[in-house]
Design a binder for this molecule. Structure first.
Ligand SMILES: [Fe+2]
Ligand SMILES: [Fe+2]
Length: 211
């Protein structure tokens, strides 16, 4: 594949996201729901990592990751207070943007990654869980870098009191950790990661269009 065919869709996605984020940040009620939706997705991520954790063989990297994703969910929720008291008390549908697509995004990514690893590498059981954790997390971290970067730019531009700089720093760390673990996981990890990122792309575009 040449570079142009990769760059163009990427730029289109960034424009799509920028447009959506600028529209959202300009409206406190939409902005609160956006923060709440991101908080819900971070929390779902934290819960998925906790579910993946082995009861005995769990090291500091995974513990750190689970703790930080849970912190992101809490931190985003706290930011909502800056936009209005009790704007979004929980994750029920009226307090989320594109609730169905937001849930669908994470769940389908998991389902598709498992199916892919079963078919392609014939993995099952613990090995399947481990592979899916690495690839799904990798794809999400690539997206998080893009999404939080564009979001923070929009926040800075309007001098918003909301900020996500501490999340950006931690997501960059996660991406590096996932890369290190993927290298150990499989010699062709780059091809596997690329395939899952393509699945993620499709789900992300559906999500952002719904938002
Ligand atoms: Fe996160
Ligand atoms: Fe992360």
């Amino acid at each position: 594949m040449n570079h142009y065919s990769l760059i163009l869709p990427q730029m289109k996605q960034e424009d799509l996201l920028k447009g959506a984020v600028e529209r959202i940040v300009a409206d406190d009620s939409l902005h609160a729901k956006w923060l709440n939706s991101l908080s819900m997705m971070e929390n779902t991520g934290a819960r998925k990592i906790s579910k993946y954790e082995h009861p005995v063989h769990t090291g500091i990297v995974v513990l750190k990751h689970a703790a930080e994703e849970a912190r992101h969910a809490y931190y985003l929720k706290k930011q909502i207070e800056k936009l209005g008291k009790n704007a979004c008390p929980d994750y029920s549908y009226p307090y989320l943007l594109a609730p169905v697509e937001s849930h669908h995004y994470l769940n389908m990514l998991d389902v598709e990654a498992c199916r892919y690893l079963k078919n392609k590498l014939k993995l099952e059981g613990r090995a399947l869980k481990h592979g899916a954790y690495l690839l799904v997390t990798y794809a999400i971290e690539v997206r998080a870098d893009m999404l939080y970067g564009i979001y923070q730019e929009a926040l800075t531009k309007v001098k918003s009191r909301v900020n996500v700089k501490s999340i950006i720093a931690e997501e960059e760390g996660h991406l590096e950790e996932m890369q290190k673990m993927l290298v150990v996981f499989h010699p062709q990890w780059e091809k596997l990661a690329k395939d899952i990122c393509e699945v993620e792309d499709r789900l992300f575009v559906a999500w952002i269009k719904a938002i």
